[in-house]
Design a protein around this ligand. Sequence first.
Ligand code: HEC
Length: 245
Amino acid sequence: MKRTIKTLTAASVVAAIVGGGVVYFGVFNVGADDPHSQPVHSLLSIARDRSIEVRSRDIEVPDLTDEALIRAGAGNYNAMCIGCHLAPGVAQTELSKSLYPAPPNLSSLGVDGNPAAAFWIIKHGIKSTGMPAWGKSMADPYIWGMVAFLQQLPGMDAQGYRALAASSGGHQHGGGETKMHNHEGQHDEQKDATSGHRHDVGGTEELAEVDVHHGDTSGAHAPAPSAAQPKTHTHADGKEHTHAQ
Ligand code: HEC
C-alpha cells in the first residue's frame, strides 16, 4: 500500500513537471493558423456540444414564426453577424476566412435544428472562438428575433434576404448598449477597413464589401465623406500602406 502511494506520488510529480515544461517552453502553438490535432479537436468539440446541450435543454422556445420577430432579427443579423457568418449574396469575408475555428456559414446552416441551443450560443458566446456573448448588450427578445430569422435563412435568396433586412429598421437591441454605439466613429473606421484596405498577399480575390457593425440599410448612418486624397502611412517595418478614401 505504502509502495503504491509512493509510486502514485512520483507519477504525479513527473506529470506536473512535464505539464509545466510544455507550458513554460511554449510547446503548444496558439497560432490560429495551426489547426488542432485530430484528438484535441474531437475532445474540444465533444466538450463544446455537451456544454451547450446541458445548458440549453430547459430553455423554452417562443413562437418563432412571428413575422415582426423574424424581420427584426434580419436587421440585427445583417448588422452584426454577416462579417463572420455570411448571408445569401455574401460568399466570403476576411473574418470568415481567417478565424479558427471558422465561423459556420449560417446562411446554409440556419439554427442547425436546435433553436434553444442557437439562442444559448448567441446569448453567451463561445470561449476562445471569436463568437461573442451578445447577451451582454442585447435583451432576450432581440436574440430570439435572430433565432427566428436564422430558422428562415437557409431558404432565402440574396434578393429576398436584402429586401427583408432593408424593411427591418436595422440595428436595434433594447438595453445594455454603451457608447460603443457611436455609429459615426465606427463607420469611419469601417470605411478604412473595407474600402481603403489594400492587400499585398495573393491580391486576386475580391473581398465582399461588408459593413460588419451594422448593415443599416436606411442610409441614416452613411459614412461622412472624407478627404479626396489617399492617406499613406508607414508601418514600423518600413512598409508603406495606402488607404484610398
Ligand atoms: C467575430 C466573428 C463572429 C461574429 C461577429 C459572430 N459570430 Fe457566431 N460564431 C463565431 C464562431 C467562430 C463560431 C463557431 C464557434 C465554435 O466552433 O464553437 C460561431 C458560432 C455561432 C453559432 C453556432 C452555430 C452552430 O450551430 O455550430 C451561432 C448560432 C452563431 N454563431 C450566431 C451568431 C449571431 C446571431 C451573430 C450576430 C449577432 C454572430 N454569431 C456573430 C464567430 C462569430
